[in-house]
Design a protein around this ligand. Structure first.
Ligand code: GDD
Ligand code: MN
Length: 371
């Protein structure tokens, strides 16, 4: 078993009261790096309470196995962990373990997790399997956690019992399979997305029972924003992990929203205000097309092309026109060649053809991935 190579990642934001206790507990368990192969990386988002300075003060004592990644400011759990994984992968670590700084994740579980990762790609410290649980949480927080896990499991159709927990271990290969550059979450949803993507990629996952104890010092960083992100964005996580199928679905949703905008505007200007239909219709095409462009750039193909630009906007509108052309051609051809009971069937086929063409143009030309 190769244990030369484990990096424990600890994200911190205002954990001055906890961080030394945690590091002492870890290094008491694994006193010698040469024997245990265990190193720790603290990822601090410039905590106002001076967490980083405390870690720096301990680096002499734990020379060579305690590291600190200082970041500019609070940017959420996902960014912190992603930076930590990148740091470790660059240095050739083979195993990664995530844990909170506030002692909610007891280091006594580390040996069992390390043992399980020898035969699995992912080891999860789980509150929701037999023998696991959470202590010290107010009822509201238990409800959020249990409800959140059930909700995420239902939306994602994923059998992992503790999707939201933050005490997890990954092999470098598992991180590779997950594809860290495709992660879309910012807050605690990150933990759900990582596990879901790992499971989808065929990683073997082992859940190990743990008792989570609520922190006694400092404050949780859980917020309404984090909760809200999780509730809605978990659907996005599912679509985003579905590859081109998910992209096409998002593209269709954006297209439907564009059609709604187009119709509303047309109704207001033509039916209510009495403007001429043809110029208004052309204007509606521009407005709806621009809305589609922005939503597709920021959502459907997010990641592929970070920035919106005038050039891409015009290219997208041109692609939409090509799509419209295909729509008209297919509709006209079907009406003249086939004996349809209703003409709208031809229009429906036209819409599908136009949208498919528009999608292909958008994906491979307008928003194509930069190498
Ligand atoms: N660097 C950095 N940046 N660290 C952060 C940030 C951030 O923006 N937000 C939180 N952290 C750190 C905290 O300092 C702590 O070490 C750890 O992440 C977990 O944050 P807590 O605020 O203690 O989380 P919790 O106890 O409410 O939530 C726990 O349960 C969640 C749901 O099961 C954690 O285990 C979460 O990971 C888990 O998702
Ligand atoms: Mn906590």
């Amino acid at each position: 078993m190769s244990r030369e190579n484990l990096l424990i990642l600890v994200p911190t934001y205002d954990e001055a009261e906890n961080i030394e206790k945690l590091l002492t507990a870890i290094f008491d368990l694994y006193p010698q790096r040469e024997v245990s192969g265990v190193s720790v990386l603290v990822i601090d988002d410039n905590s106002p309470d001076g967490t980083a300075a405390i870690v720096e003060g301990l680096m002499g004592k734990y020379e060579g196995r305690l590291h600190l990644l200082k970041r500019a400011g609070k940017a959420g759990l996902a960014k912190a962990y992603l930076a930590g994984f990148e740091w470790g992968l660059e240095r050739g670590f083979g195993e990664f373990l995530e844990m909170d700084a506030d002692l909610s994740h007891d280091p006594k579980y580390l040996p069992e997790m390390i043992a399980q990762i020898q035969s699995h790609d992912v080891a999860i410290g789980s509150r929701n399997v037999k023998g696991g649980g959470a202590e010290g949480w107010p009822f509201s927080r238990t409800l959020i956690s249990k409800g959140g896990s059930l909700y995420a499991r239902a939306v994602l159709g994923c059998p992992i019992k503790d999707l939201t927990g933050g005490f997890n271990m990954w092999t470098a290969e598992a991180l590779e399979k997950i594809g860290l550059d495709r992660i879309i979450s910012q807050g605690y949803l990150f933990q759900v997305e990582m596990k879901y993507r790992a499971w989808k990629a065929g990683c073997s996952v082992k859940e190990i029972p743990i008792i989570f104890r609520d922190r006694t010092l400092g404050a949780s960083k859980m917020s309404k924003k984090i909760l809200f992100e999780a509730l809605l964005k978990v659907w996005d996580v599912r679509l985003s992990a579905a590859g081109a199928t998910g992209e096409f679905l998002k593209f269709a949703i954006v297209g439907a929203l564009g059609a709604a905008t187009n119709l509303l505007l047309f109704f207001a200007l033509v039916d209510l205000l009495g403007l001429a239909a043809i110029p208004v219709s052309v204007g509606c095409f521009w407005v709806a097309g621009t809305q589609n462009y922005a939503l597709n750039g920021k959502w459907t193909f997010a990641g592929a092309s970070a920035k919106l630009s005038v050039k891409k906007w015009l290219a997208f509108l041109a692609a939409s026109l090509v799509g419209l052309g295909a729509n008209l051609a297919v509709m006209q051809a079907m009406i003249s060649l086939l004996n349809l009971p209703f003409k709208f069937i031809a229009q429906a086929c036209g819409i599908v053809a136009g949208m498919a063409l528009n999608f292909v143009f958008s994906k491979f030309l307008v928003f194509r991935k930069k190498a």
